[in-house]
Ligand binder design. Structure first.
Ligand code: SF4
Ligand code: SF4
Length: 351
């Protein structure tokens, strides 16, 4: 594969579907519903974009998680996972899902296709139907627990129960961790979000933010998020790519030594992003459908439905992006997320 900008082709982050049955209030699909297009990528798109050669020679990890949607609702999702594993069973597949409304037959098919290289994250912020649907609106506890049980107990795959700290669960964090252990999860992960009224005033509807924890130590200290990860079993997930990231971070840090940014998109910890319309972006942050990004990302030349991967990745447009990162005159999200003030070795090497 021609790769004149040295994109880290080893990790891809794919929004296979912009569909979801839920309405989480801080999800882009709820925040900017006007421009949401419900669509998905099919098996033919994957066959055309991710050739057997690319899967066997370059790709080490594929993360399925969307800005706007949940992967499990893509019609071809199981076929796509089968296709990837058929060509390279060692590729690490990461799936982030709310886990609602799929049958035990569907989960068993997924369980039999994934292996010990893979990891499924269930996003569960409650401890029963009533508490979970306070934020995960329209979620379905019963079907989530069926999926969680099958993935924990009928597959080699690693499973994490992911919780975000909110006001409604801040006194029940230990209970969720205990439930995760009891059902057989390998990890419980607590995410400290920054998406609260004390950091972004537009979340203060009615003068306050109903979701913001009272315990301020449960809010992220930066503009991204903080994570606490607890191992619940004697199995340890192997992050094959950590050393790879560290080496790339050192190279990129040296190259951008005097610049105000350290572009994570050249390292790969976040993954090169393809959205559900088949458009390529350097990361999921710059793909979000917020007004301040629209003018940069309307170009049709990044559309993988009409251009080859070779054409998109080797476009001259990317030289402009990286030149702009050497000055202060860069995209808003890059200035926030990849400023050298926040990017250190840990930030640049974890997901
Ligand atoms: S489950 Fe994920 S994709 Fe669906 S509404 Fe919630 S955050 Fe958005
Ligand atoms: S925010 Fe900008 S510099 Fe950072 S990973 Fe995304 S595109 Fe690259």
């Amino acid at each position: 594969m021609r790769n004149i900008h040295n994109w880290p082709l080893w990790h891809w982050h794919i929004e296979i579907s912009s569909k979801c049955t839920l309405e989480c209030p801080r999800c882009p699909r709820s925040l900017v519903p006007e421009s949401l297009v419900q669509t998905e990528l099919d098996l033919n798109f994957f066959k055309k974009t991710f050739t057997p050669e690319l899967l066997q020679q370059e790709v080490m990890k594929i993360t399925f998680c969307g800005d706007d949607g949940d992967s499990i609702y893509a019609k071809d999702f199981l076929n796509v996972i089968n296709y990837i594993k058929h060509h390279n069973k060692n590729i690490q597949i990461i799936i982030v899902t709310n886990g609602s409304y799929k049958t035990s037959t569907w989960w068993n098919k997924l369980a039999s296709t994934l292996n010990h290289n893979d990891h499924v994250h269930f996003s569960i912020d409650g401890f029963d139907q009533k508490s979970n649907e306070k934020y995960r609106i329209n979620s379905n506890w019963k079907s989530m627990m069926i999926g969680l049980d099958i993935m924990c107990n009928n597959s080699e795959t690693f499973v994490t129960w992911d919780s975000i700290a909110f006001k409604f669960n801040e006194n029940k964090l230990n209970l969720m961790k205990k439930l995760a252990k009891n059902i057989g999860c390998d990890y419980w992960q607590l995410t400290l979000s920054s998406q609260f009224g004390s950091k972004y005033s537009h979340y203060n509807t009615n003068g306050y933010d109903e979701f913001e924890p009272e315990d301020k130590s449960l809010i992220a200290g930066n503009h991204r998020f903080d994570r606490q990860i607890y191992n619940l079993t004697n199995r340890q997930y192997t992050h094959n790519y950590i050393q790879h990231n560290k080496n790339l971070y050192t190279d990129i840090k040296n190259k951008y030594n005097e610049a105000p940014h350290v572009p994570l998109c050249l390292i790969g910890n976040k993954g090169l992003y393809i959205n559900s319309k088949g458009k390529f972006f350097p990361c999921c942050w710059v793909a979000q459908r917020f007004d301040h990004q629209e003018s940069y990302w309307t170009s049709s030349e990044f559309d993988l439905r009409n251009n080859t991967l070779n054409e998109v990745l080797n476009s001259d447009k990317w030289t402009e992006l990286f030149d702009s990162l050497l000055t202060n005159n860069s995209f808003f999200e890059c200035g926030l997320k990849c400023t050298s003030k926040v990017v250190d070795s840990n930030y640049a090497t974890s997901w």
